[in-house]
Design a protein around this ligand. Structure first.
Ligand code: SF4
Length: 181
């Protein structure tokens, strides 16, 4: 059984897959306690793997985004295999501090300042920029490096930083800009 906070259908708002329709599976709980955490993830209902599959199969997109909280505390190889057998493409959004099953299709790592990153490889890194030193994240093995303003408040600052550090790309929380979940 896995503790699920919510399952909903929307567009991916951030990073490489921005604009794609996807089923979001939000797992409950996290191993970190970031002061700026704006996700309500603690509450939840226990669901079996098959119940989760049945719920997400009702939507037309085959892209599934496992998020949280911290989804890596819950997912295992058998769960990802089950979703793959149903033809789904599995993305995960993780803080990078906990190991992942090897069969996930797309890994987005959003590192948190004080938490050591365990993952050796990821597809994209997405860092919320608030003026901190982000150069260390360029050493992580990833195809894409995104910097994101904090709730669109400091977009100008992020644009200015990227103009001077073009190895970073801009990611906006587009779902907030167009007021969707
Ligand atoms: S890692 Fe993410 S979900 Fe967990 S406490 Fe920090 S911001 Fe919230």
């Amino acid at each position: 059984m896995k503790k699920i906070n919510e399952i909903f259908y929307s567009l991916q708002g951030e990073g490489f897959h921005t604009g794609k329709a996807a089923v979001f599976v939000r797992f409950s709980g996290c191993n970190l306690k970031c002061s700026f955490c704006d996700t309500q993830h603690e509450s939840g209902t226990f669901m079996s793997d098959n119940e989760i599959l049945e719920t997400i199969s009702a939507y037309p997109s085959n892209m599934v985004i496992l998020t949280g909280g911290e989804p890596s505390l819950w997912v295992d190889k058998a769960f990802i295999d089950l979703l793959h057998q149903a033809g789904m493409y599995i993305c995960i959004e993780t803080n990078g501090t906990h190991s992942l099953p090897a069969n996930i299709d797309w890994i987005t790592c959003s590192p948190k300042e004080e938490a050591p990153i365990l993952l050796k490889q990821m597809d994209e890194i997405k860092v919320v920029y608030t003026g901190q030193d982000v150069s260390k994240y360029l050493k992580l093995k990833a195809q894409h490096h995104y910097l994101q303003p904090c709730s669109c408040i400091n977009t100008k600052e992020v644009v200015e930083y990227i103009l001077h550090h073009p190895e970073w790309h801009l990611s906006l929380q587009t779902h907030k800009l167009i007021n969707i979940q």
